[in-house]
Write a protein that binds this ligand. Structure first.
Ligand code: BYC
Length: 318
């Protein structure tokens, strides 16, 4: 019996079955066999990720016309354009799983597909643009560096490219915060206020604690996730607290303490009621974000029609 099982495993390896590939840490590619649950899990996560990139353009786009210098405006424009590009890589990567872009957008508009909690908060001042780049992109990088080793090839390759660009975004945000912290008292106050409002929602970006993370089981079994939500959140806290100290910003958590034994920070409790309320549509900007996306999507219909007409014409000519 044991011999039979061994033989089956060997055959699995030779034939490159899904399980054998996962065990060997080989990438799963679009034409490979894969369990339906794996495909669905990835479509959910990747489309959610793509939607986050695109919806994330809204709070920042709000500041393009009010950037304090031409240099700041150029940098912000380039960053927002990058986020749109990230959305495109991710929608394309998700399409290799057999879902169309139209279906993904329809799921976003119907509320079936989520996007990151973080983009349901408003960007009220220029310091918020600093906080978004530094904290939000900073949190996204920690998560995405880990996803570079995810088991689905197209997702993993998209992550490699996205991480390179995100590290510029993070520095852009930190530069804004550092500049404001070396400015007037009013500018320092504005930076601290942005820090106070964005810190906790940034920690929520990593998702719930393990005991409340129903998707994690499958995600680990299939090597979609390589680290737990809490491990990544801790990594982010440890590196960001030091960066805050360097420029004189206070982390808005009275329970934050260095734990010498763990060699990392202990932190106060996260408000999960707020998280669930925001991801279920009741954050400060959910309605505004979706209304804007729907409006712009409808206004852009002619572009999609023109592109499709051009494609059909080319097809006829060839
Ligand atoms: N927001 O079992 P769990 C960017 C949901 S954008 C909303 O732990 P999982 C940027 C989760 O979907 C980068 N929902 O789930 C752009 C699940 O609900 P459903 C965005 C969340 O999938 C512009 C439930 O809670 N990054 O960088 O194992 C400007 C239970 O959670 C969130 C990504 O999207 C959340 N934060 O783990 C600036 C990363 N967290 O679907 C910057 C890709 C959890 O069962 N995604 N939920 O109804 C992931 O890595 C994982 O999906 C998560 C969650 C870590 C987010």
């Amino acid at each position: 019996m044991e011999l039979l099982e061994k033989n089956e495993k060997l055959q699995d390896k030779a034939s490159g079955s899904f399980e054998a590939k996962i065990e060997r840490d080989d990438a799963i590619e679009p034409r490979d066999n894969m369990p339906e649950g794996y495909r669905k899990h990835l479509i959910r996560q990747m489309s959610q990720h793509a939607h986050s990139e695109v919806i994330g353009m809204q709070p920042e786009g709000n500041w393009i016309t009010r950037a304090p210098s031409l240099r700041a405006k150029q940098i912000l424009l380039a960053k927002i354009q990058d986020e749109g590009g990230h959305g495109l890589y991710l929608y394309s990567a998700a399409e290799t799983l057999g879902i169309s872009r139209d279906e993904m957008i329809a799921q976003l508009h119907s509320g079936k597909a989520k996007y990151s909690n973080i983009f349901n908060y408003p960007a009220l001042t220029w310091a918020d643009i600093g906080a978004i780049g530094w904290l939000v992109d900073g949190a996204a990088i920690v998560n995405q560096v880990s996803l570079q080793r995810t088991s689905y090839g197209p997702y993993s390759r998209a992550m490699v490219r996205i991480c390179k660009e995100e590290s510029f975004h993070q520095r852009q945000g930190y530069e804004i915060m550092a500049k404001m912290m070396s400015g007037t008292a009013a500018q320092r106050e504005m930076a601290q206020d942005a820090m106070n409002r964005w810190w906790w929602p940034s920690l929520m970006m990593f998702g719930p604690h393990e005991s409340e993370s129903p998707r994690s089981g499958d995600a680990f079994k299939w090597k979609i996730k390589r680290s737990t939500n809490d491990e990544l959140r801790q990594k982010f806290i440890d590196k960001t607290v030091q960066q805050a100290e360097v420029i004189g910003l206070k982390v808005p958590d009275d329970q934050l303490r260095w734990n010498e034994e763990k060699k990392s920070y202990d932190h106060g409790p996260i408000n999960w009621d707020e998280f669930h309320s925001v991801i279920n549509g009741n954050g400060p900007c959910n309605k505004q974000r979706m209304a804007h996306h729907k409006k712009v999507h409808a206004e852009g219909a002619w572009v999609r029609e023109a592109a499709e007409a051009y494609r059909l014409k080319e097809e006829k000519l060839n």
